[in-house]
Design a protein around this ligand. Structure first.
Ligand code: SF4
Length: 355
């Protein structure tokens, strides 16, 4: 029973290919992040990308600051399994080098690469290579102005017009502000006026909890309205945290499914079992298990006492409601057998694999 399935109607964006991955249309909302290494430190960059890939990243972006970074791209690309995006600022020749190195997409910042002749050269090279360009605006791209949401969209429109003037439409767009209201307004407007896939993000969000709150609010509103084809949750944190956060958001909104949904109570003075520890263990073990499609789309409940426990546990596909030391295990609403707290995680997973 997939109670987390969403009925969000997604905006119909044109489909864009980024390496082996597609975004837009009905393709799943892709999760991406950016490395925090100096790109020319090839081993460190590859190691971080591999960590990100294991965490579930589907696209990775690296900063290309100079020619040495650009020269490192082909080797990085050779050793990774997910599409590689080059993040280019100021120097248009780095975009050309990155494209020649075989990256799968480039990101341009209209705030610092704006000369028509340079944009034309980049578009010609991207067209030849068959790769898309992300027109990636953030509040830093527009300088000081009162209505930054509006200004972001105006700047994006101007830039898109220039690129379209060169016959190039293989585009992705982002309009990130660091303020959630401006971010939401900008994406809502850009979603109305073009059909390019949108890369969602809030820029410079800050440390983990605060960044998470801003990102979830802004992206939650947009995703709920069907806006967004790929996203990055920017956090002043280790990059895997961004992936974990993005997955949790998409799962909560019923837009993607990566593991069974866990329903657990916050525990209180009525619980007599170490529920927090047990739920964390269950979550970790579920991540490590190879599960069937059925199991992946199921819900697993772990509840601390008899107040809400039996109700929640019997509504889930597999559920455990604890009494003093033992829990009653439910499967598809039917009570099956009693389980000791120490065997709880094992029993839930065993029943899940039998679904
Ligand atoms: S289910 Fe029981 S233990 Fe959990 S929060 Fe509710 S009352 Fe407390």
């Amino acid at each position: 029973m997939d109670i987390f399935k969403s009925n969000i109607k997604r905006r119909s964006a044109r489909v864009v290919r980024i390496g082996k991955l597609y975004i837009g249309g009905k393709y799943p909302i892709a999760i991406q992040s950016m490395t925090k290494t100096i790109t020319k430190n090839i081993d460190q960059t590859i190691e971080q990308i591999q960590r990100l890939t294991r965490a579930g990243a589907e696209i990775v972006r690296v900063a290309v600051n100079d020619h040495k970074d650009a020269q490192a791209l082909s080797e990085i690309k050779r050793q990774i399994d997910i599409p590689l995006v080059a993040d280019i600022h100021f120097d248009w020749t780095l975009a050309i080098e990155a494209i020649e190195a075989g990256v799968d997409k480039i990101r341009l910042n209209p705030g610092n690469i704006f000369r028509k002749a340079e944009i034309r050269e980049i578009c010609a090279a991207a067209k030849l290579a068959g790769i898309p360009i992300r027109v990636g605006l953030n509040s830093g791209s527009i300088g000081k102005t009162k209505n930054r949401g509006y200004a972001l969209v105006q700047k994006a429109k101007e830039y898109l017009k220039i690129i379209e003037g060169f016959g190039f439409r293989n585009l992705v767009v982002s309009v990130k502000a660091e303020n959630i209201f401006e971010t939401v307004a900008a994406y809502q407007q850009i979603a109305e006026i073009c059909d390019y896939p949108l890369h969602l993000g809030v820029t410079a969000t800050g440390t983990y909890q605060k960044g998470l709150a801003k990102s979830y609010v802004a992206m939650g509103i947009l995703l709920f309205q069907g806006i967004g084809d790929t996203l990055r949750i920017s956090l002043t944190e280790q990059p895997e945290k961004e992936i974990e956060a993005a997955r949790a958001l998409l799962e909560a909104m019923g837009l993607r499914r990566f593991s069974p949904q866990i329903i657990s109570c916050p525990t209180c003075g009525r619980s007599r079992v170490p529920l927090i520890k047990m739920v964390k263990r269950l979550e970790q073990q579920l991540k490590e298990q190879k599960l069937s499609k059925n199991a992946l789309s199921s819900t697993v409940a772990m509840m601390g006492c008899v107040v809400n426990g039996p109700g929640e546990a019997s509504c889930a596909d597999i559920g455990l409601a604890f009494g003093k030391t033992q829990g009653l295990l439910f499967k598809k609403g039917k009570p099956l057998y009693k389980v000791l707290a120490k065997d709880a995680v094992f029993s839930l997973i065993r029943e899940l694999t039998r679904l």
